[in-house]
Design a protein around this ligand. Structure first.
Ligand code: PXG
Length: 464
C-alpha cells in the first residue's frame, strides 16, 4: 500500500519548529525533543501510519494500545459527525442524560462478564482509576467500615498519570516527581516470573506471587484494606503475563479478607486478550473494571468503570449522591463512536478472531522469536506480546540498564518502518485486531530484520 493519495503535504520542519515552540508532550524531555525534532504522523489506514516524509510504518502498538479496529474507519467518523450535528455535547449531571450514553452503557453491559449492570463514564483511563479509588472508599463508608481505606496495587503497574493514577501505579520514576504515592496506597511485587520466579514452576510462582497480597493485607490489617487493583496483563510495565494460577488465587485472597477486587482493563478490555475482558481470559470475577482505549478504539477519548452488582447495589440503594464526575462523563459524540466501535467488534467477530485465529497464529510466531540470538524470552497472550533482549541466551544474562538496549532496538524498528515499543530491555507489541495472517507474516519478517540490525549494531558497539 502506498501513501494514500489524499494525504496533505506537510512541511515537516515548520511543524517541528511549531511543535518545539508551543507543545509540551507527555512523558517527554522537551529540550531534548526540540534538538531532534518530533516525528510527525499525518495519516493512518488499516494497520499502517505514515509520517510527514511519506514513510509508511506498521503500527505494532495500535497507537497507544487503542486503535484496535485499525485506522481509517469511516463508520466511526460518520458516527461522530452524525452525533455532533444533532447534539455535540450535553452533560449527565442535574437529572439529565443523552441517548448515546444510555445506549453505550447497555452495549457495554451486554459484553461485560456476569454480574455487571452499571457503567460510570469518564474521559480517560486515569479518571477511571480515580473513580475506583473514590468509589471503593464510598462503598466501605456506606457499609459502616470507613476505616477500610487502603488500596493495594503492584510495583511496575500503570494505572494512569493523574495524582491518584500515578500513585496507584508502581512506576518509581513517576513517584519520584511530586512526592507520590499519596497516602492510603500500598504496593506489592509484580508477578514477573523471569525476575522473581526462577527455580519454581510457573504455577507455583503464581501462587507465591498472589501470596504477597495476603502478606500485605495482614501487615496493614484486613479491616483497613478497601481494595486490590491490578491489570490482567501489565501493559506499560512490559507485557508481564502472569501465570494462570495467579489471578484465581488473588480472587480467593480478596474474598477471604473481604477486600474488593478491581481489574484495570484499560488495555485488556474490549478484546485484546481474546475475550471481551482480561478477567475472563484469566478466570476471575472482579467487583470493578476500569476501561478506556479500546472502548472507542481511540477515535475519541472515552473511559469509565464497570460497576459490579455488589458495589452498585450499595451505592444505589443506600448511597444518595456520589459526589464525583466529569464534564465529559457520557459525552454524546464519544459515546456514539464507542457504540459503533463495539458494533464493528461484534460484526467482524474481531474478539473471537483473536481467540481462535490470529491470536494463536501471532503467539506462535512471536514466541518463535526466541530462536533469535538476542531474544531470551518471548511470551504472548491474545494480540499482545513482550520479549526480553539478552546478552547471553544460555544464561539469560541481561545487557544492563546503562546500555539502553531497548532504545537501540526501537531505533532499528522505526528505521525499518516498524513500531514496537521498548520498556527497559523488553520489546513489546500490541497490533490492531484487524491484522491478517499475511500481514502477521510480513510483520514478523520485518521484526526479524530489525532484530538482525540490532544484533549487528550491538556487535559493532562491542556489547557482546
Ligand atoms: N490503566 C492502564 C492499564 C493503562 O494502560 C491507563 C490506566 C491510563 O489511561 P489514560 O487514558 O488516562 O492514559 C493506562 C494507559 C505506554 C502507555 O507507554 C500506556 C498507557 C498510557 C500512556 C503510555 O505503554 N496506558
Amino acid at each position: 500500500m502506498n501513501a494514500p493519495a489524499e494525504m496533505a503535504a506537510v512541511d515537516t520542519h515548520a511543524i517541528q519548529a511549531m511543535d518545539s515552540a508551543n507543545y509540551m508532550h507527555p512523558f517527554t524531555d522537551t529540550k531534548e525533543l526540540a534538538s531532534k525534532g518530533a516525528r510527525v504522523i499525518v495519516k493512518g489506514e488499516g494497520i499502517f501510519v505514515w509520517d510527514s516524509e511519506g514513510k509508511k510504518i506498521l503500527d505494532g502498538m495500535s497507537g497507544l494500545w487503542c486503535v484496535n479496529v485499525g485506522y481509517g474507519r469511516t463508520e466511526l467518523a460518520e458516527a461522530a459527525y452524525k452525533q455532533m450535528t444533532v447534539l455535540p455535547y450535553y452533560n449527565s449531571f442535574f437529572n439529565t442524560t443523552n441517548v448515546p450514553a444510555v445506549e453505550l452503557a447497555k452495549a457495554i453491559v451486554s459484553v461485560a462478564p456476569e454480574g455487571f449492570h452499571h457503567v460510570f463514564f469518564t474521559g480517560s483511563g486515569s479518571e477511571g482509576n480515580d473513580t475506583i479509588f473514590r468509589m471503593v472508599r464510598r462503598y466501605w463508608d456506606l457499609k459502616g467500615q470507613p476505616q477500610k481505606k487502603t488500596l493495594i496495587a503492584r510495583n511496575n503497574a500503570y494505572h494512569g498519570s493523574t495524582v491518584c493514577g500515578a500513585s496507584l501505579g508502581g512506576m518509581t520514576y513517576m513517584h519520584a516527581q511530586g512526592d507520590l504515592p499519596i497516602p492510603g496506597i500500598a504496593h506489592i511485587e509484580q508477578p514477573y516470573y523471569f525476575e522473581h520466579g526462577q527455580g519454581m514452576t510457573e504455577e507455583a510462582f503464581g501462587i507465591k506471587a498472589a501470596g504477597w497480597l495476603e502478606e500485605k493485607i495482614l501487615a496493614i490489617g484486613a479491616d483497613k484494606v478497601a481494595a486490590f487493583i491490578g491489570e490482567p496483563v501489565q501493559g506499560a510495565g512490559g507485557v508481564i503475563i502472569p501465570p494462570m494460577s495467579y489471578w484465581p488465587e488473588i480472587q480467593r485472597i480478596c474474598k477471604k479478607y473481604d477486600v474488593l477486587l478491581a481489574s484495570d482493563e484499560v488495555i485488556c478490555g474490549f478484546g485484546r486478550t481474546g475475550q471481551w475482558f482480561g478477567c475472563q481470559t484469566f478466570g476471575y470475577q472482579p467487583d470493578l473494571i476500569t476501561f478506556a482505549k479500546g472502548v472507542s478504539s481511540g477515535y475519541l477519548p472515552l473511559g469509565g468503570v464497570l460497576v459490579g452488582d455488589r458495589v452498585a447495589q450499595v451505592l444505589i440503594e443506600q448511597g444518595g449522591d456520589f459526589n464525583h464526575g466529569f464534564t465529559y462523563s457520557g459525552h454524546p459524540a464519544a459515546c456514539a463512536v464507542a457504540l459503533e466501535n463495539i458494533a464493528i467488534l461484534k460484526r467482524e467477530n474481531l474478539v473471537t478472531r483473536i481467540r481462535d485465529d490470529v491470536g494463536p497464529y501471532f503467539k506462535e510466531k512471536f514466541e518463535a522469536l526466541t530462536d533469535h540470538p538476542l531474544v531470551g524470552i518471548a511470551n504472548a497472550k491474545g494480540l499482545m506480546g513482550g520479549l526480553l533482549l539478552v546478552r547471553n541466551k544460555a544464561t539469560l544474562q541481561r545487557f544492563g540498564s546503562d546500555k539502553g538496549i531497548g532504545m537501540v532496538c526501537r531505533g532499528h524498528m522505526f528505521g525499518n518502518g516498524m513500531i514496537m515499543r521498548h520498556v527497559g530491555d523488553r520489546m513489546i507489541i500490541a497490533p490492531p485486531f484487524v491484522i491478517t495472517r499475511a500481514q502477521i507474516d510480513d510483520m514478523f519478517a520485518l521484526i526479524r530484520k530489525c532484530l538482525d540490525a540490532t544484533l549487528e549494531d550491538v556487535k559493532a558497539r562491542g556489547w557482546l
